[in-house]
Design a protein around this ligand. Structure first.
Ligand code: PMP
Length: 426
């Protein structure tokens, strides 16, 4: 049963049991209406309240600036997962860059010139100048950068750093800043993209890196520590690890990059330039204008996310202590697990470098990656109800995902098992 098991899956991941218990009830009967939550309209007053509640909890937890001016941030709920946002970021940031340059060219360099001539000038400028900067520190930034190359051409994707080049072709470090090749001129840099926590490789940033128009993928460490939101143009993450169920993606978007504070390029112009125009369901301005209800939003997933966030707030006396409390708990569990691993270097080797170790996804090899030893480790773990510890299929090994809903008791039980297993090996 659920009580006998601790689950360390990388996503989908555990959710707080009280939230799931309540969920099982509202599936049948929401608010005593006799209608289940997945059956109500996403445009009903009930659904609106669920959405407003989730937005408000997230705003409180992460101190997201609220203002109609350019310093405010919009909270969006979307579909398409983290992967959908790999594309959405490119469509959006390129469109903004193009609109800005086009305006500038029409007002100065090509004032009164035929449109075709001006467009040819803009096309040259794009080829020569426009760059999207990617910090490739693991499998997910690699994928995001590949998607950018697929959409706009590899020559416009500037790989600021490829961590594999610094360590035997494998991920596990964040290269030093003095080796990065960032696009120097702010005007040329449409976006600087990074992944705060690389889920497959267990590599986490300490804080936001430098860069213009910073965009962060926080899919696997959302709500595990405070975020310096103001440093970012956009932050996104799938809900299925620290926040809720698979089905919604959360995006926090600076109003500086949304209308009316920013202009988007006309789709006709984008087509003439040979640049992609994204699907409307990934279009941040459209989703923002419609308060995340452009099309049918899975309200049940929003409800779950809202409940998880409300619960986090209710466990602490203030919203800042809620996120700091969660950070302290994540650190405590991660320190405990890394401690057990470090105590037995003859049996366990942590994959990433110590300076970049993730608190959320702890990647480790048993006996240098010996297949039999790793199988034995997993078998012993499962017999104790410690589940979901197998590493990502692309890298193998063991991965402990230490998300918010993994209780301290689970980390304790796991470290005890790690000790026992190590002792059996000698
Ligand atoms: N980014 C990160 C950091 C992830 O861990 C994942 C999924 N594990 C994704 C993006 C892709 O998310 P999705 O499967 O929701 O498209």
């Amino acid at each position: 049963s659920r009580e006998d098991v601790h689950y360390f899956g990388a996503g989908p991941a555990p959710l707080p049991t009280p939230v799931l218990e309540e969920a099982s009830k509202v599936l049948l009967n929401y608010n005593d209406s006799g209608v289940g939550i997945t059956e109500i309209s996403h445009r009903s007053p009930e659904a609106n309240a669920i959405l407003a509640n989730a937005q408000s909890a997230l705003r409180k937890l992460l101190s997201i600036p609220e203002s109609d001016g350019p310093d405010g941030y919009e909270i969006l709920f979307l579909q398409g997962g983290g992967s959908g946002e790999f594309s959405a970021t490119v469509y959006h940031m390129v469109s903004i860059w193009v609109a800005k340059q086009w305006k500038h060219l029409r007002e100065y360099k090509y004032l009164g010139v035929e449109e075709d001539v001006a467009i040819a000038g803009l096309r040259d400028l794009i080829e020569e100048k426009m760059r999207l900067d990617y910090l490739v520190t693991g499998s997910w930034t690699l994928k995001a950068s590949q998607e950018a190359a697929r959409l706009i051409g590899a020559e416009k994707v500037n790989i600021v750093a490829d961590a594999r080049k610094h360590q035997d072709g494998k991920f596990g470090v964040i290269p030093k800043e003095d080796t990065w090749t960032q696009t120097k001129d702010e005007a040329d840099c449409a976006m600087t993209y990074y992944c705060d926590n690389e889920t497959v490789d267990g590599v986490e940033f300490q804080g936001p890196p430098p860069g213009h128009n910073l965009v962060a993928d926080m899919s696997s460490n959302f709500l595990s520590r405070p975020i310096d939101v103001k440093r970012h143009a956009a932050i996104f993450g799938g809900a299925q690890k620290n926040i809720g169920t698979t089905g919604i993606t959360i995006a926090i978007i600076s109003k500086k990059i949304l209308p009316p504070h920013a202009e988007m390029a006309d789709p006709k112009l984008m087509r003439k330039l040979g640049l992609p125009v994204g699907p409307v369901v990934l279009d941040w301005p459209t989703i923002a204008k419609n308060n995340s209800l452009y099309n049918t939003l899975p309200i049940f997933d929003v409800w779950i996310a809202g409940k998880v966030m409300e619960r986090l707030l209710s466990l602490h006396s203030s919203s800042s202590s809620a996120i700091e409390g969660q950070e302290a708990e994540s650190n405590k569990k991660a320190t405990m697990i890394y401690g057990a691993l470090e105590a037995h270097p003859d049996v366990y080797s942590v994959v990433p470098d110590k300076s970049v170790r993730s608190r959320m996804n702890i990647c480790v090899r048993v006996k240098g990656g010996d297949a039999e030893a790793e199988k034995a480790f997993l078998k012993g773990a499962e017999s104790r109800g410690l589940m979901g510890l197998k590493g990502h299929r692309s890298v193998g090994g063991i991965r402990v995902s230490n998300y918010n809903a993994v209780p301290v008791a689970a980390a304790e039980k796991l470290t005890k098992y790690m000790e026992e297993f190590a002792k059996e090996q000698v």
